[in-house]
Design a protein around this ligand. Sequence first.
Ligand SMILES: CSC[C@H]1O[C@@H](n2cnc3c(O)ncnc32)[C@H](O)[C@@H]1O
Ligand SMILES: [Zn+2]
Length: 430
Amino acid sequence: MSTIKIKGATLFTMVEGEAPYEGDLLIKDSRIAGVGPSIAEEAKEIVDGRGMIAMPGLVNAHQHSPMSLLRAFSDDLKLLDWLERKMLPAEGRMTPEDIYWGAKLAIAEMIKSGTTAFADMYIHMNEIAEAVKETGIRASLTRGVIGLEDDGGRRMAEAADLIDRWHGQADGRITTMVGPHAPYTCPPHFMKEALTLAADKRVPVHTHLAETVEEIAKIREKYNCTPTEYLADTGILSHSHVLLAHAVHLTTEDVKLLCGIKGGVAHNPVSNLKLSCGIAPVVELLEQRICVGLGTDGAGSVTTLDMFEEIKAAAWLQKLRAGSPAAFTAGEALAMATIGGSGLLALREEIGTLETGKKADIILIDLRKPHLQPVHSMESLLAYSVNGADVDTTIVDGRILMRGRRLLTMDEEELLRQASVRVKRITEGV
Ligand SMILES: CSC[C@H]1O[C@@H](n2cnc3c(O)ncnc32)[C@H](O)[C@@H]1O
Ligand SMILES: [Zn+2]
């Protein structure tokens, strides 16, 4: 049995009502075996937690990981222009090997900035699954399917194959979903086909929703309803679990339609800011007890996968939107990045807090830095001052993936070399 003890850290458990305290955390195999002020039981491996915060790993609830290869390639365009003129043509040139290295580049960035689980939607998913398996991170994988082209059927078959091959693999670190891309790329019959597949395979649906005003206009023109009403009409919102990325433009009626859904909304504040999409009504969603997690979206739009940037942006945008600094707190933003994300990945019982019995997905943040002292409020410090580079150690499923900022499951030099040799072919002339 593998055992690890984190000694003398400040434990920020994210358990409701529990204040941070100094203590130890014991890991046995993949799970947390004890958390408390002092644990007597010894372990094979000791991690010195003094001067560090131990907290649950962050959950990136919406991503397109291989888009790391398209980071800073195309900026300052409207979403649909950016997607149709730049991203889709470049993605059309990506080989399965490109996808594998792009996913690995994203995973390295995520582990180095404190993300321990992510929800991904992309193409060539077998390669992404291999990257997840090798690197030790946790992921919910979705083959994104667009229903506008002739080969929608082949894509749906790939979506089914991903589930059959990978659901529950890599010691259970990999789960899967079905991914009809968005209301504007999936006509009703195709949405229903995706829903049938998800129901047959008993997996969640992961889709984009109401990201831009252009999408609202398109769906109104085509179907005379809002994108949220469209998803309700096709039955998607009644599915056993739905992960809705963005949900920026919602009417009061739309929010009512989302009440009671199983799953929830992945809020992507930095991507929404950068593409000037708008500000999602997060406070209203939370008031209706709708689960909200945080995502980055792909590096092709957002540029960085550092979830601490999303935490800051989420808090600041909701304060601005409400015209009140009290409208949304640091603690609420941190909860979205951990507990909220765990709910969206359908892993609420397994990750998101530091509690005995849960999976050991833990990060250590080194506080011994000028921008992290003094410590008046741990929550404010974590939400407003910490950045991804402050993460010292990342543990997933009881395995240390980064220690002292050194990646232990990846050759970082080879990774950077592979990324740089691929991008010219993918992007030249696009
Ligand atoms: C078919 S796989 C997923 C597909 O989604 C594209 N994508 C990336 N970012 C966004 C976004 O913000 N809205 C909609 N679609 C997006 C990505 O380029 C892939 O083609
Ligand atoms: Zn997206």
